[in-house]
Design a protein around this ligand. Structure first.
Ligand code: PLP
Length: 456
């Protein structure tokens, strides 16, 4: 048994948590998570909760996979570390790079490994600028991203990201990074069909390219479905139009698939779902299901050919690039995804089932808009509903209704994340139909409890 109070005291005395108000946490005490199995985790008080967020969008194959821990153990016993700087390599890194090229779209024949998604996006920034430098376009360094995007917490990652709360801290973004609006139909699509809005939102990219000057724009970066921004699912018309605009101006396209990759949207990579052909794909999270940190960039032929043929040394890399233990975990994780056909299950079985079941929540008096894509889903809590979603009346943000709902969810045995008044989920891909029913029933129950608190 755990002495929760003592752990909490040490926690706030010594551990500065990411994205956390340490002082407020000190008053409240963190929940101490101690164990996981399947789609559930347990805290130090023995409370079992359904992990509707797969940790942080990453535990795709679920908790408690002994074959991953065994693969990690074996690799640690054999060769716990070796670097791949200069002229050395290691077997799991070579095997994983080969495997990733096999499961990704055909333009990808090279992989650059990092320790995280943020480092992957730093790598993207340096790669695209180097690409244009090598071609003699040294002015072509601007990267266009989107408001409310999340691309990580390093200086480049947070600059590429579009979260104002992150930009305020530390004087970001760094020069050469600009942002356009996100394809959020609910926020900006009034008076348009979703498909009309998709074209409109993509046109903001062309406007920005022309404003900056096409000869200065290196790349556009976007998450196929914006995750941390609140599961913003773009209209089907959006990404093909973005691709057309990038092609028109020769702008490189970077898909940040740190959340969307490895089956979360029912394809190995979501770019395939949205019909785009990115030049670079950032990956992390689901590549190891979070068991061991690993990230990287899939480097498409257009960029790889120039970097390899003309580039000489690429002065970039991390001690843990191609870490053998992380790569061994990834290989076993991918083997499980293949063996259990998790990508196909999300595409053809549990993904459509989740969509159908999640949509039933839209009749709740508190829910204004509910949608899902594969195994990510989100709904908006509203004060009152109207015939047209854009006319729904929102709550005063000071009421923090999302946080009230999140609290009820946890107390009733489920982790659901609140982004303002948008409640989001990204469950492990192993979730069954029966577990989807259990989850949706729990969400409805907690919506009822929240409604009882906030209705006027
Ligand atoms: N990109 C996206 C889309 C993400 O969601 C995240 C993390 O949530 C990152 C990048 C950063 O990845 P990491 O936290 O591994 O650095």
């Amino acid at each position: 048994l755990f002495d929760t109070a003592a752990i909490q005291q040490m926690d706030t005395a010594h551990y500065m948590h990411p994205f956390t108000d340490t002082k407020a946490l000190g008053e409240q005490g963190a929940r101490v998570m101690v164990r996981g199995e399947g789609i559930y985790v347990w805290d130090s008080q023995g409370k079992k909760v359904l992990d509707g967020m797969s940790g942080l969008w990453c535990v795709n194959v679920g908790y408690g996979r002994t074959s991953i821990s065994e693969a990690v153990y074996r690799q640690m016993e054999t060769l716990p570390f070796y670097n791949s700087f200069f002229n050395t390599t290691n077997l799991p890194a070579v095997q994983l790079a080969t495997k990733l090229c096999e499961i990704s779209p055909p333009q990808f024949k090279h992989v650059f490994f990092t320790g995280s998604g943020s480092e992957g996006n730093d790598t993207n920034l340096r790669m695209v600028r180097r690409y244009w430098d090598l071609l003699g376009y040294k002015e072509r360094h601007t990267i266009i991203s989107r408001h409310n995007a999340y691309h990580g917490s390093t200086v480049a990652g947070a600059s590429l990201g579009g979260m104002s709360g992150m930009h305020e801290q530390g004087g970001l973004p760094i020069p050469g990074i600009v942002h356009i609006g996100q394809p959020n139909y609910l926020e900006s699509g009034r008076g348009m069909t979703e498909q009309e809005f998709g074209i409109k939102a993509a046109s903001w990219l062309e406007e920005k390219i022309l404003e900056v000057g096409p000869e200065k724009v290196a790349a556009f970066i976007g998450e196929p479905v914006q995750g941390a921004g609140g599961v913003i699912i773009p209209p089907a018309s959006y990404w093909p139009e973005i691709q057309r605009i990038c092609d028109k101006y020769g702008v490189l396209l970077i898909a940040d698939e740190v959340i969307c990759g490895f089956g979360r949207l029912g394809k190995w990579f979501a770019s395939e779902l949205f019909g785009i052909k990115p030049d670079l794909i950032t990956f992390a999270k689901g590549v190891t299901s979070g068991y061991v940190p690993l990230g990287g960039v899939l480097v498409g032929d257009r960029v790889a050919d120039v970097l390899i043929e003309k580039g000489g040394d690429f002065n970039h890399g991390f001690t843990y690039s191609g870490h053998p233990v992380a790569c061994a975990a990834a290989l076993e994780n991918i083997r499980i995804i293949e063996e259990e056909k998790l990508v196909e299950r999300v595409a053809n079985d549990t993904g459509p089932y989740l969509k159908q079941r999640f949509a039933t929540l839209a009749d709740h008096p508190l829910v204004g808009f509910a949608d899902s894509c594969g195994f990510v889903a989100g709904l908006n809590l509203v004060r009152s509903k109207a015939a047209v979603v854009h006319d729904n009346v929102e709550f005063d943000p000071a009421l923090a209704v999302g946080m009230i709902c999140r609290g009820y969810m946890f107390n009733n045995g489920m982790i659901m994340r609140a982004v303002g008044d948008r409640m989001i989920i990204a469950p492990p891909l192993v979730m069954t139909r029966a577990q989807i029913d259990e989850m949706v029933a729990l969400i409805r129950h907690c919506l009822d409890l929240t409604y009882a608190d906030v209705k006027e």
